[in-house]
Design a protein around this ligand. Structure first.
Ligand code: HEC
Length: 297
């Protein structure tokens, strides 16, 4: 009465199936098994169901077996033994077929004539899997040669360049979606109209009291001219807005009120005011900032 523990088999197959699925269907996300605990719930239910079936079947079998007379019991045992014997017969047969080799018993027929000091050659067939593998390598070799050598397929350097280009795009995309990862070191001037518009809104809400709507300056200095007290260019302006001006001057650090992405937007808006020359602008303060590109771009 051998009831191999099929629930172990079942669970094994299910897990195998999931692993295969994960391998084949690559969603680019994490493991579905981890992400969706419902899968475990279903698995557990199937598992419990399999155990239940197993237990019921085993109990039934025991009851039925107990009811048999001795002769029938014997017969049943022989049947069981035969079945176990034949269990993998199909695989065994297929395997021998695949091998295509003469079995040891009939090797005499294929020993070649020549004889070197008692060493003789056994001319057995090569296993078909081996031969076909060999043919495949030939086909592969020809295809490879033609593709890469004759038709000049992409070499490693080309592939490298393609991958770097893709990676750069991904980085740009990533930066776009994670605007708050920037700081004064990494910030770049934003030129998208949407960013400038957002910067203008932030500026109107927080900065106009001291810098005026035009940026021409009031309590704070003129932000539209060539002169900067704390340094021009996106990196310095970002730094000033984030960390504040000199102690006691009135320009507070904004990093607790504005996110890095917002600081970048308002800083870019400030720089977009360069050269607008508002009529009520304050006189220049500080030094002329020479890094043209950062200002005018
Ligand atoms: C309470 C008044 C006040 C507010 C509000 C204010 N600032 Fe200022 N800002 C100043 C003062 C004063 C300075 C000069 C600081 C110094 O001299 O150290 C300054 C300096 C600056 C500078 C540097 C100018 C230079 O010449 O280096 C920038 C850029 C700037 N502010 C942008 C902003 C932005 C953007 C906002 C809004 C988020 C803002 N400020 C809000 C008062 C203010």
């Amino acid at each position: 009465m051998k009831t191999t523990m099929s629930y172990i088999r079942v669970i094994g197959f299910m897990i195998l199936a999931f692993f295969l699925l994960e391998l084949i269907v690559d969603t680019g996300e994490g493991w579905a098994i981890i992400q969706y605990p419902i899968i475990w719930a279903i698995l557990a239910m199937v598992f419990l169901f399999a155990i239940a079936v197993e237990i019921i079947a085993a109990a039934l079998q025991r009851v039925l077996f107990a009811g048999l007379n001795d002769e029938a019991k014997e017969r049943y045992k022989t049947m069981e033994a035969v079945r176990n014997e034949n269990r993998f017969a199909w695989f065994k047969r297929k395997y021998t077929e695949m091998l295509g080799a003469k079995p040891i018993e009939s090797e005499q027929e294929i020993v070649l004539d020549h004889n070197y000091d008692g060493i003789r050659e056994l001319d057995n067939n090569l296993p078909p899997w081996w031969t076909y593998l060999f043919y495949i390598t030939i086909v592969f070799g020809v295809a490879y040669f033609v593709y890469y050598e004759v038709f000049d397929g992409p070499n490693q350097i080309d592939e490298y360049k393609v991958e770097v280009a893709i990676a750069k795009e991904e980085i740009a995309e990533y930066k776009k979606n994670n605007q708050d990862l920037i700081d004064a070191e990494t910030v770049e001037l934003l030129t998208e109209p949407s960013d400038i518009a957002a910067g203008k809104t932030i500026f109107s809400e927080n900065c106009v009291a001291c810098h005026k709507e035009s940026g021409g300056g009031g309590i704070g200095p003129n932000l539209t001219d060539d002169n900067w007290i704390l340094g021009g260019g996106i990196k310095n302006v970002f730094h000033t807005i984030s960390e504040g001006g000199r102690a006691g001057k009135g320009m507070i650090p904004w990093k607790s009120d504005l996110k890095p992405g917002e600081i970048a937007q308002v800083a870019s808006y400030v720089l977009s005011l360069y050269g607008t020359n508002p009529p009520d602008g304050k006189d220049p303060e500080g030094d002329i900032w020479k890094n043209e590109s950062a200002l005018t771009e």
